[in-house]
Design a protein around this ligand. Sequence first.
Ligand code: ADP
Ligand code: MG
Length: 614
Amino acid sequence: MDMDLDKALAERFGFETFRPGQRDVAQSVLDGHSALAVMPTGAGKSLCYQLPACVLDGTTLVVSPLIALMKDQVDGAIQRGIRATCINSSVPWPEQQRRLRELSKGAYEIVYVAPERFKNEAFREALAQTTVALFAIDEAHCISQWGHDFRPDYLTLGEVREELGAPITLALTATATPEVQTDILTQLKIREARVVVSGFERPNLFFDVQHTRSDEDKLERMRQVLARFRGESVVVYCATRKQVEEVRARLHHAGFLVGTYHGGMSDKRRTEMQDAFMSGDIPVLIATNAFGMGVDKSDVRAIIHYNLPGSLEGYYQEAGRAGRDGEPSYCLLLYNPNDRGVHDFFIDLSYPTPDVIMSVWSELRQYGLGSHSIGAEQIANHINRSSKKTNVHSGGVTASLKLLKQAMHIDHGWRDGFPWVEVRDLSRTRDLRVDWDQVALRREIALRQLNDVVRFANISECRQLQLLKYFRAASSFGNQCHNCDQCCGVPDLPEQPVNPVPDSLETLIQKALSGVARTRGRVGTHLVCAMLRGSGARVVTSHQLDQLSTYGILGYLNPEQLMELFDVCERHRMIIRDSKGVVALTDEGVAVMCGENEPPAGLVERLRRKLQPA
Ligand code: ADP
Ligand code: MG
């Protein structure tokens, strides 16, 4: 088919240029080839079928999983002058009938339906009289059991496609996993397809992997990076909640203003943290992978991975939250070969072997039919007590319970803070309906994904190129991105700000002490520091510390320098902290503050070295 795609783009859509991948996809569909388009969210996948729909003779059938979002899509298409509609259960029956009649007359260019619609007889009859020019499947990863959003209704689409006479098909998804890509084509029974993966290249991100020997080593490198990005937004991803809290404590102690975000926090607290990060009140957020979905902060300057991520998809998604505004940004992976062990441990627990699942089942059968107040922890204890040889972890029991629930042998949950399990039948272990192959397969996939991350961290090849290859995306830059540790060695980070200290050290100490005096023993050193620095953080304003005459008088010191100042003041007994960390002046502190006593000479010397580097 020969036509000017640019012209159609401008006239029908009012866009000047195609986004990466769009032309390729539209063109191959128009040339009569099925295609799979993998592009990140917001890259413009709809255009890939809407444009051909305007041009092709016949109807474009679009399968989309969410009825709630269909109306918006239809409205959007109609605005562009496309004859579009949707047929679903939210449409009153008489109107559905009218639309079906129109459909069989070929009145629509685009018809949106949910996958379950193909079970409907009236719809199938109308379809039989229609020419389906293009069969488009949005969110196509829903067809794959390996995807993160599997929907059984999608599984029928392969047969539906054959019944429609195998029309030109376009599958669209933002999920880049190679396994899922292949699975989508297999499930849809598409033998030959052009696969277009695009929009994944991120030229403004500097990818850096640093090999470390210990957590201490990681923290030190992280401190250096954070000092360079002072005042900018940075996210530090950790593998577990516990790790988040540990890193928070360490960075807090080092004088950084940090927040946390993980699944163990209350919804309210999480929202507060997210708001504070979005507004810039809290520049550094330490988080698990619970943070990020739907977060749209364009000026995140660095993403640090404190632990090895479990997959490159996860890694790229998280690291990709840096530099959405297109400005140079930094992605650092702190790698320690030992990190792998933690993942192996969790994979073992998440995909238990048949003997673990069977021993959990044997234990549950002993309780008999009905509901029992028992949870994974106790079940694990019972199993381990009854047999010296077994050592089952409660995490493995939790995973087993999930699988037994999927197979409908049990139900389980929490009531008033206590776990319960309901045994629904008393099948013998050999009659369990657990999908053993599926568990083994998922375990294998998890291990493979982990191996891929480990390889990424160890291989000497352009990082960006490795990532693009992994996602099967083409690179526009050849073999070197010239913007990663492999291509350039060290990253070009912002200069560490030098802040000349305008006061004598004696004056500095006096100012710090007067800050403590003004807060009248109400808060800890951290808030005193924030106040002295003139921080606009909400914690400072909510304590009305911004009203004090000492607010901002040490604004030229950075948090580490201030913490150093307080550390030595404390060591020389000018200030004391109570068990809650609230800080107050000692008699000696009062005397130094008022100029009655000189600060100790050793202290001044030490501070000179710390605060005024040569
Ligand atoms: P996806 O489905 O990939 O998440 P959409 O199809 O919803 O993305 O498109 C995201 C936005 O990008 C829409 O507002 C769309 O109008 C816009 N868009 C798509 N293609 C182009 C283009 N070539 N030029 C400018 N804007 C575009
Ligand atoms: Mg979309």
